[in-house]
Write a protein that binds this ligand. Sequence first.
Ligand code: ZN
Ligand code: ZN
Length: 396
Amino acid sequence: MHGLIIDTTNQPWEESRGFQLAELERPSLDEAHNSDDASSVIVKVKYAGVCGSDRGLWYRNAFKDQFLAALERDKKPSRVVGHEFVGEVVEVGSKVNSLYWDPDPKNVAKIEVGSLVSGDSHVTCGKCYQCRLGEANVCMNEAILGITIDGIFAQYVKLPAKNLWAMDSSRIRPEVAAIMDPFGNAIHALSKVDVRGQRVAIFGAGPIGLFSVLIAQKFGAAKVIAVDVSAANLELAKRCGADETILIEPSEKANAWEHDTSVIERIRELTYGKGVDVSMEMAGPASSVNNAIDSTRRGGHVILFGVKDGDMTIPHFPRLIVAGLTIHCVIGREIFKTWQLSQRVLSQTSNGVQDKVWNVILNGGKDTVLNLSEFDPAVFEQTMNEHPKLIFNMEM
Ligand SMILES: [Zn+2]
Ligand SMILES: [Zn+2]
């Protein structure tokens, strides 16, 4: 079978780039030698989403320490990348059936041979303090698919059954099911605050920012403002239902982390001088974090999701406290509460969310669904830079 890997053999991290298509050994279940296999499954991957974090790995500008430390731990030079997927279960361990229970056997989202499944990219331990409290998204022993353990840009993959979420292809098309994981990031972020009747500014209109525009609207926000450095992304944000868009123009700033004055002024204008009730930072740069903070009204909420390596400067920090802001940091998804909510939002076809995800964010599949069998690094890199979201068709 084939898959996409990062191979560090003779290739220093900073001097390399991209993924390579490699011939890999097909995983199998071997309960006699590995007791964990009893609660694992083999999934034949159908579609796989390309994430912003995959872009970070492609250019080697994110996850270096985690990625290399995990290779060192496993004493191997290469890793299969990728973590957003939908696929078909082709083999199950002997204990998998005992992991699910429902009084009505028809309701059980069973994981069995033939099930269509997606799953969380954070493979959690189930044993630590946080996991036992039902907060597995902050598990102390989590592994991350495609970063600290082998990922899913492969034709077949072995996964713990407890990490999987059964999908119904009659309700959610498989290409959209493949990106339930990042869609869930936006759902999770928007479950931090009740946005009904609120004015919401979303900083960063990449895929998760665009999902947030769609969801904020459907959750009843009174006004959604999207902010980005790309006019093309803002056009997509409009098509997703943003009421207003603000293009960040390059400006003279003494420090890169400083907020963009014109953005803050425009948001004040759009909110009758008050600032937004809720701001969502979905991009990561320090200037964007300051834009989010400085455009939020006194007593408002700032939701931080974007991640960028390095230090952060927040000028005049005490004003956050004096203004009574509430800061929320969002990581991953609530497993599986977020998945349930995501499924409901996407399968309610009358709300138009799934159609927008497919027709706008995934461009109706035009140029955004790539065949793994035709993988060409140069073409892939160019396409990745032209579309906010790409999907691999994993059929070889
Ligand atoms: Zn992702
Ligand atoms: Zn845990």
